[in-house]
Design a protein around this ligand. Sequence first.
Ligand code: ASP
Length: 312
Amino acid sequence: MAFRQNHLLGIEPLAPDEITTILDLAETYVDLNRGPEKHAQALKGLTQINMFFENSTRTQASFEIAGLRLGADVMNMAMQASSIKKGETLIDTALTLNAMHPDLLVVRHPHSGAVNLLAEKVNAAVLNAGDGRHEHPTQALLDALTIRRAKGRLHRLTVAICGDIAHSRVARSNIWLLGKMESRIRLVGPPTLIPSGAADWGVEVHHDMAQGLAGADVVMMLRLQRERMDGGFIPSEREYYHRYGLDAAKLGHAAPDAIVMHPGPMNRGVEIDGTIADDINRSVIQEQVEMGVAVRMAAMDLLARHRREMAA
Ligand code: ASP
């Protein structure tokens, strides 16, 4: 199997064959997760610690289930209530954890780059569960698996990533991944929410939904990340919905069999119409959540295998 990473910090360092390896292994875990007996042994005897310095519902639950299904001892550190609040530095926290000999550390942090820093200081394999606006690799992998299952491939697709690109780690990881897999990427959103250098990322930039969605195979909506905004990026939510919210009329510009995605949590009536989100013929949002568990199982399994090979 092609997988040579000590950590999963982002999509940027991965080679295309490593991405394919994760997705192929994840397929086997999709089958396991749909069966009556959901246990495998890949992480048996290993300790997984989840450290979420930022709120999360689905990602934390997904990593927890993934670890439990593979037989790991899984611990969730309540970081909001922990010594971080008492002023302990990230590095001190890492060293304390290190002394407990975890094998896998799953980390979410509000600062871009914090997870990479931590990975340099600990012995465990570190998985980035989202750092600031930098990367969210397992989200892009679960999106890729969802797209591959719906469309049968990842190359030569037109993927429109729409909305708050500026604050989105989901967008960045997806741009890396889809670019490596040779899909055509369009970023669609108001100029205030698309970083000025985006045109140099090998993507098309559109400020109009009709143009950006024209003929697209995949329409990926992003949440307006208000917690990362420090000023007036949009005139009002109503105006934003009118121009950029995905409704039936705007979706009508995409390919007739286009799928609709959203990483969650959704703001219904802001970036997406609730009826579109719930339309089982177009929306694969629930499938994304399902794929999330399988992809995280695959990623942790591969990291654990690589560690065993290196130690041998
Ligand atoms: N859940 C994703 C993230 O953590 C997307 C979002 O929050 O909008 O980045």
